[in-house]
Design a protein around this ligand. Structure first.
Ligand SMILES: [Zn+2]
Length: 276
């Protein structure tokens, strides 16, 4: 069961996408968070695999990306893709980045896990399959950010770093910024080792009880809360944060889950876009 508060599934042209109430009030802001529903891929990657994986064909992935482009009315050539490395490196995208990584893995922006978007007609995309997609949107300044945050990116505070770029370089007021935290491996089952727990204690010394659960001597990390906490620390308003509370591992018929499929799985995409 998924508790849907402040978000819903939109079914459109065979796709099933996640929609957030607070973003919908701003029609110039296009965004999508995909599920695995629809698409051409087969087997464990069935069927809307958006990442160039060894287990899928390039043709399938391109077809699947075209489905997003068509259904969201986002020009195909405006997509931008990353070679994600669980870093906290963030790219401020511009016109010259359009179509990077679109048709070939090799042309993606390298060693980067998030973007800041200030311009129209560019659609930066992050890929996830258990890690968290985090979206920030400032509807007053029309600036947005999107980040790939697994435990490494989360503990490297990638979302907080992105917010600080929006504040310091583009004059965003933190109190205006809306946050959506998408589906990922949830606190119900995201088991981590003692080395990760040590790191959590260092980075979030005041939030241990909220972030870590100990069940039968196994430790579970709450990635959603860890991303929320780092944004609250910088002054984001709590009511401006929507968390899907949807666990990829526990809903494998809807989401790709790297852990559920033991590493052989597709990738969901989350993208942001300002319409002309
Ligand atoms: Zn779970």
């Amino acid at each position: 069961m998924i508790d849907k508060e402040n978000w819903w599934y939109e079914e459109k042209q065979g796709l099933k996408l996640i929609k957030f109430h607070h973003f919908e009030k701003h029609p110039n802001f296009g965004y999508f968070v995909t599920t695995r529903i629809s698409g051409k891929s087969t087997g464990n990657l069935s069927s809307l695999n958006l990442g160039f994986q060894d287990y899928d064909t390039i043709e399938n992935v391109i077809e699947n990306r075209k489905l997003i482009s068509d259904s969201q009315n986002i020009p195909f050539n405006s997509f931008v893709f990353l070679r994600q490395t669980h870093s906290n490196n963030i790219k401020i995208v511009n016109e010259s980045d359009k179509a990077k990584g679109l048709l070939l893995k090799a042309t993606a922006i390298q060693d980067t896990d998030g973007y800041i978007l200030t311009q129209r007609d560019i659609c930066p995309v992050v890929m996830t399959a258990d890690c968290v997609p985090v979206i920030l949107f400032d509807p007053i300044k029309n600036i947005a950010g999107i980040f790939h945050a697994g435990w490494r990116g989360t503990l490297k505070l990638i979302a907080q770093k992105g917010l600080n770029i929006m504040k310091n370089e583009f004059d965003s007021n933190t109190s205006d910024v809306l946050v959506s935290i998408g589906p990922s491996n949830g606190p119900c089952c995201y088991e981590v080792g003692p080395e990760v727990i040590d790191e959590v204690k260092k980075v979030f010394p005041n939030n241990i009880n909220e972030l870590i659960t100990n069940k039968n001597n196994k430790f579970y990390l709450n990635l959603w809360a860890a991303n929320k906490v780092q944004l609250l620390q910088e002054g984001i308003i709590e009511n401006n944060i929507i968390i899907c509370n949807a666990c990829t591992f526990h809903n494998p018929e809807i989401f790709f889950s790297y852990r559920y499929s033991r590493g052989i799985t597709g990738r969901m995409g989350s993208g942001i876009y300002f319409r002309s």
